[in-house]
Design a protein around this ligand. Sequence first.
Ligand code: NAG
Ligand code: NAG
Ligand code: NAG
Ligand code: NAG
Ligand code: NAG
Length: 357
Amino acid sequence: MSPSPSGRLGLFWLLALALLAVVGSRESQLRIGKAINIFLRYGYLGISMRVIPMNDNVESERWIFKEPTKNIYRNLSGLAESHEDTTPGIFHGDFHMEFCDNRRQLFQAYFRDFTVERMDKPWEAFTGGWFPDTAAKKLGINTSFIQGDYSYVLVRVVRFRETGKLNADIPIEQQLEPEVRARMEQLKIGNLTSAVGFIESVGTHYVSSYTTGNSLFQVFVYSRKNFKMIKERIRSKGLNALSKLDLYNYFAPWFAEHLGQIRSASANATVERWARRKLQYEYYVVKYVTLLKLHGNSTLLRSLDTLLGNDAILQLDLKSLNVVFREHPEKESWFHEVLDNNMKLWELNMPQNHASR
Ligand SMILES: *[C@@H]1O[C@H](CO)[C@@H](O)[C@H](O)[C@H]1NC(C)=O
Ligand SMILES: *[C@@H]1O[C@H](CO)[C@@H](O)[C@H](O)[C@H]1NC(C)=O
Ligand SMILES: *[C@@H]1O[C@H](CO)[C@@H](O)[C@H](O)[C@H]1NC(C)=O
Ligand SMILES: *[C@@H]1O[C@H](CO)[C@@H](O)[C@H](O)[C@H]1NC(C)=O
Ligand SMILES: *[C@@H]1O[C@H](CO)[C@@H](O)[C@H](O)[C@H]1NC(C)=O
């Protein structure tokens, strides 16, 4: 039996209020095995994780992660590995393009490397709360181009610095933190309060892998017609088969409707200034800034390699905390039921999903 829509909404607000209560005794560290509560800032996760430029960025702030976290297991460090890539003289990263039919696909593309177990649309945890002008500012385009009948190409150059991951499954005998064990034992099948209590004090997911570094990106906005044309050409021949002239043509102001600004994931002003200076392109009288200047230019990429620091989170894999209930399959499925229902309710209640706004 499924609950009535109004009953469901009532339950939603009840849970929303309960889950928004901030809990003490937490610290903020991006570490393997640390638990977070995805509902605390669902739809706005970019507030506490540096993943995309903030609107009112303060340069002096240096944090990349300030989501409250909690250890779930004792002594997990033996299972986690992290390493940093610093070999000189090469570019540690990747230049890529994503073809997005519409705004939703653009959001999805930006957050391609962020996964949240049991969530179909993990990018909504970051973008669900955005209004069009917020989205436009973050992505570096003018607001009029975020609504309406447009398609987009996201061009991005990513510099990976540090990666962390679990190098093995968490052993079944790994000791839980005493408080987590207590909450796990208190969870009663069918008792919603106890499940909410668990989520509030422990969380919903834990960090299973992450990559930090920084990126430069630029959004190109197209009419549907021109978008279709370049998508087909690049899809069928590949980027490298295009002549340099063709490539510049497709990403030029006379072919695109609008060229976004070049932004860095962390909104680092030094890096963005460098891009505005070094990535200028002149074609007769037309002068503009394009990320495509980096394509195939190893000299520029090498300078960028040292310039892009460890300022932002580029990839994150969050796994469900059901791991804690492995020895109690019925509790595990109750936990999942509460988690799944909540995620669906949040998805439905995000402003982005209301056509009228
Ligand atoms: C923590 O784990 C490491 C490696 O897994 C082990 O060598 C060490 O003895 C453990 N420490 C404690 C206090 O359990
Ligand atoms: C985009 O907005 C900026 C600043 O508001 C303005 O200077 C620029 O002319 C706009 N560009 C387009 C193509 O509308
Ligand atoms: C549900 O769990 C809460 C918290 O663990 C507890 O206080 C409450 O008595 C439980 N309710 C029922 C009906 O068992
Ligand atoms: C790379 O960029 C630099 C600076 O803009 C330029 O001088 C150089 O000719 C470019 N190299 C190639 C192979 O395009
Ligand atoms: C911005 O990037 C530059 C160059 O990598 C670095 O020196 C600086 O510390 C960064 N600024 C912030 C606020 O992270």
